[in-house]
Design a protein around this ligand. Sequence first.
Ligand SMILES: Cc1cc2nc3c(=O)[nH]c(=O)nc-3n(C[C@H](O)[C@H](O)[C@H](O)COP(=O)(O)O)c2cc1C
Ligand code: SF4
Ligand code: FES
Length: 584
Amino acid sequence: MTATAAAMELGAALGSEGAGATSGEPSQRLRCCDASACRNAGGIALRQALLAARAAAGLGEDTLAIRAVGCLRLCGRGPLVAADGPGGHRLWGGVSPPLADQLLAAVLEAGEVDPLAPFRLDLNHPFFRLQKPVVLERCGLVDPESLDDALAQGAYTQLRRCVRQLPPEAVRQEVRRSGLRGRGGAGYPTGLKWDTVALQPPGPRQVVANGDEGDPGAFMDRTVLESDPHRLLEGLAIAAWAVEALHGYVYVRAEYPLAIARLRCALEQVEARGGFGPALCGTAWPLRLELRVGAGAYVCGEETALLQSIEGRRGTPRPRPPYPAQRGLGGAPTLINNVETLAAIPAILREGGDWYAGLGTGSPTCAGTKVFSLSGAVLHTGVVEVPLGTPLRTVVETMGGGVVGGLPVKAVQTGGPSGGCIPARHLDTPLSYEAMAALGSILGSGGMVVLGPETSMPALARFFMGFCVQESCGKCLPCRAGTVQLAALLDRVVEGRAAAADLERLEELAAMVKATSLCGLGQSAPNPLLSTLRHFRSEYEAACAQAPQRTQAQTPPTSPPHHQSESPLDETGGQEPPAARREP
Ligand SMILES: Cc1cc2nc3c(=O)[nH]c(=O)nc-3n(C[C@H](O)[C@H](O)[C@H](O)COP(=O)(O)O)c2cc1C
Ligand code: SF4
Ligand code: FES
């Protein structure tokens, strides 16, 4: 296959054939990534330099369109610029503004010799070729700040279809058939959750998109929000239609200023068209969606804490049941879904639930695609969307290029502070909820941090435990005090002061914190520790061997201080037994 043919094939796979190519479009088009990573790498200055170079060449938008788009996936090589035209689809990364003239020449001349060949990226590389964009199908193609562009590329088509033709039960049936599971981490079946909300006694309902995304190393939802905000709004509006809600929120953390700005812009554009009325939906429908900005506490991603935060109260979890689907905002049944979950909905309705179910392994628990953010020691840092069940090795080595410098992969951290580490010998494990859990980790929301051979596993476990200490809301004792004690024990390991008995204490305390914490944060805080102990125990033992021998009497106590409440749960009186991370 020639490079051009491969690039054309990729273009088709990414849905870029004809994307935005409404009649009267120029034959040449430059798509400049305007999402955070490329902005940080100088993307805005490069786009301005390209506009200036085009003006200096006496050309205008009619000859060569220069558009701001969202993420083009290979974020670590930014700023990225893609060209579409007679020369096919081409991509450059890391071009600096002084080279804008040469980039323009490369695009316009489209000759065999590319003056910017060192910056050219191979669109036929597995990083691009093996992607299966569903949630991200318009990312990198659509202008994130233009409703007209989004509409030209199919936005709100499925919402219009729902509101005009599909009763809520028919929409829910399609979602059930798709096998979609929540992408926020717990993997609860989305159709079942929608049914639970819809089948509550008559009365008002609420819908919420969870865009808190606080896991270190996760940027999947940010990518969707920055690149295609109307995609999320359409998914959320369809969810509202399906559960018969007339009001909803998008909740995003304050650390995502660009995502917030783009959502705000998208909501204003919808408002300016009369809301979800005749212009967008083809008929009057009084749905109202609002933006809520969270202060950036990790625990506010937990659904009950998030609801508290929306209600203007301190964001702390509460025992479940009642689940939000039964009693949520203002006491109303409330549907909460992750951003990526909702962003999958328009494609599911367009192509059908069976189509989506067929994208995974064929197993009903492993349907569709999943977005992963690939970072750490990996060569190709960025965002990938692949069918669930794809082997971890395909993502990390084939697509990601393995560890920088050709060093071996030591492990892959999945699922952030709630997850664990998959050692390199298990790289052939399929990316499914069940397979990851069997190895002591979780698929989680999609953060994937690749670890090179130099990584100290006890130090990594200490990092995540420190994160949980900082982010613990303090409402229940096992998490508030237990994570501090676990961190102290891990300090001893990392600093070579631990005794062999400390490993037993670590395991004992970890089991207690998991079993007795009130919410998912505490219940899963020991996971990185336990998974590294399971797969890399020799590193802990080696650290203990360095320490001078210590008697039991000299080993500091790790049980929580006695002056604190004896209740393992809510000091304020909530005595509900801790649920596992169950939904809805
Ligand atoms: C500590 C903690 C943090 C969480 N953070 C997020 C988050 O940032 N985004 C998210 O969608 N879900 C997060 N969740 C899971 C939510 O509670 C909830 O399960 C999810 O939003 C439901 O959406 P889904 O069914 O579409 O996955 C978190 C859970 C816990 C325990
Ligand atoms: S487990 Fe308890 S202390 Fe920890 S975040 Fe959840 S409610 Fe707060
Ligand atoms: S942010 Fe530009 S490629 Fe992802």
